[in-house]
Design a protein around this ligand. Structure first.
Ligand SMILES: [Zn+2]
Length: 94
């Protein structure tokens, strides 16, 4: 009667708490520039949602958008027209 109870198997490790994958979040708030605390999903200064922004499409970097794009297009268009006009008149003035 000296039977010992079998060693109980080690309990499985607790599952990792599921949560939104927080990856590639900005270190600073893009709205107010406040430094983002680690694991913080909202800016403590202005309440900006970092996670929501990460899920959304990434902001364009270095791209021209809006009026600035039209200014550049207009500039090159006028430059091209001016260059063609100059060539046209130069040929006829020869
Ligand atoms: Zn902020």
């Amino acid at each position: 009667m000296d039977s010992q109870p079998p060693p109980s198997p080690a309990p499985p490790p607790p599952p990792v708490a599921p949560g939104p994958a927080i990856t590639n979040l900005p270190s600073t708030c893009p709205v107010c520039g406040e430094a983002r605390e680690e694991d913080a999903q909202f800016c403590q200064a202005c309440g900006h949602n970092f996670v929501g922004e990460a899920d959304a499409a990434p902001p364009p970097t270095g791209g021209l958008r809006g009026p600035l794009l039209w200014v550049v297009v207009l500039f090159w268009a006028l430059l091209a027209i001016g260059g063609l006009y100059w060539l046209y008149t130069a040929f006829y003035s020869l």
